[in-house]
Structure formats: structure tokens, C-alpha cells
Design a binder for this molecule. Sequence first.
Ligand code: MN
Ligand code: MN
Length: 307
Amino acid sequence: MTITVIGHMNPDTDSTISAISLAYLLNKRGMEAVPFMQGEPMPETKFVLETMKLKQPEITNSLKGKDVFIVDTTETAQMPADLNEANILGMVDHHKMGDITTSAPVEMWVWPVGCTGTVITNMFKFYEIDIPADIAGGLLSAIISDTVLFKSPTTTPADKLAVEKLAKIAGIDDVNDYGMQILRKKSDVENESPADLMNRDFKDFNYNGQKYGIGQVEVIDIAMLDSKRDGLLEEMKNLKQSSGYHTVLLMLTDIMKEGTELLMVSDDISPVEKAFGKTFDNGYSIWLDGVLSRKKQIVPQLEDVYK
Ligand code: MN
Ligand code: MN
């Protein structure tokens, strides 16, 4: 049966490119595999697909009865509801271990690096398969996107090494210049509705039975979001009500200033205040200097409070 290769909900550049690259690699290993994604690509991902002349994967929201490789997550909450009716063959990821389990042995490639693209670059090396130029360009773009051009504290030497190697294959002479083009696309917020921005990168977390939703929007200048803040807070309130969250957080991350304005709508603000040692003087936002990563600088800090 053809293998479905697919990443998380609200697809980003890494989940999309990793699906494409892993499907290519599986085909080279003699398996028939096709990449998919769980929704429309955002402007940054569209830019990468167009620049590297990679075909946009088809969209699907059902995995029932399929053989599946999962990329860029190991969380059931990030997958279609019928995942339990799929046959999971493997997972490739760089997040903390999630809750997906399998009934048969499974191929696992989960590394503590900045991007799933970095793991896949190393899988090509392991299987001694050449990376074609278009896929190398895609993988390089995913690593730049996930590590915010190496500014994120999630960046590891393995990510930098992978980009060095991929740049040569893809023929990208000035990684910094190309990286800034990606970050500018990441900042493309002008024509996006508050709901679109919220969904860009939104994930659910459960702290001691309290449901948290944490989103992130990354821009090269936080002033780009000034006209959006009220609409975003309104959207957060609606989402909290309609989906029964204890707390909805939205990270407005300024890539160049290297910090995050954390917006919050909550039943009880004290856990968040405790997690970051700050008070929400205006009731809805705090500035967190040096914070760029939800995974490393927001999620574990909240987990600690609820321990
Ligand atoms: Mn991702
Ligand atoms: Mn990723």
C-alpha cells in the first residue's frame, strides 16, 4: 500500500518540506510514499515551495486504513481524529515525546535538534542516498524557518552543519540573505485575519487537567502587529469560550529584537505570572526579553508551575 507521509495540523514549512523529503527518501528505499499536509500552506511555505520548485502536497484530514509516516510531531492532538485507525510505520521529529503509541514495532527518528529537516538530512546520509537540489533547498529553508535563522535557542550544531551541506547542494551562496527573505515571508501578516494569525501556529497543552492553547506569530518587527493586537485579543477570548480553555496564550515574537510579547486570556493569571516571574500590569500582556521558542522557553516553564 502507498505510504502517507504527513506532518502536524496548521502546517508550517518544516512539517510540509519534511513530508516531501521523507516521501522522496522512502521511495528511494524502495517503498511507495506520497506526501500530504493537513491544511493550506502559509505565505512563507508557499514562497519556499515556489522558490525551490517543489510541488505542494495534497491536503487530507483522514488517515483511516492508511500506512503512515508522521513528521514534525508525535502528539495525537496534532493529527487527524482517525489516527487510531491508521497503521503507523514511523515517526521523525524534534519535539518532546508525545503520546502517539503503536501496536507494532515502529521506525523512530526523534532527535533534540532545531528542525525535523535536520534529522531527515541525516537520514539521507545514513541511507547513503543523494539529496536532490530542490529538496536540499527545501530542507535548508525549513531549518532556517524553525531555528529563525539560528537565533532560536533550539538551534544545535547539527542544524548549522546541515545547512552548510544543503546550501552547497542547492547552490545557495548567501544563506543569510536567503534566510532574511524567508523571515520576511514569515512576517507577512498584513492581509491575514486575526483567526488566520491565531491558527498559524497554535497548539493545545494540558497542565494537570487545565487546557492551555498557545499560539505564536513571528515577525521581524513587532510594530507590524500593532494594528492587529485588539483583533487578536478578541479572537483569543472567543476561542477560550468556544473551546473551553483555561488559558489562551499568544506569543508575538520579534525576531530581530529577540523577544516576545505574551498576550493572555485566562481564568487565573497567577500560574503564568509565576512561570515567568512577571505581572500582567495591563491585565493581558507581558514582554519577555530573549524569548523566541515556545518549545524551550514557554512550555517547560508552565509545566514546572503545575508540577
Ligand atoms: Mn512544525
Ligand atoms: Mn519543526
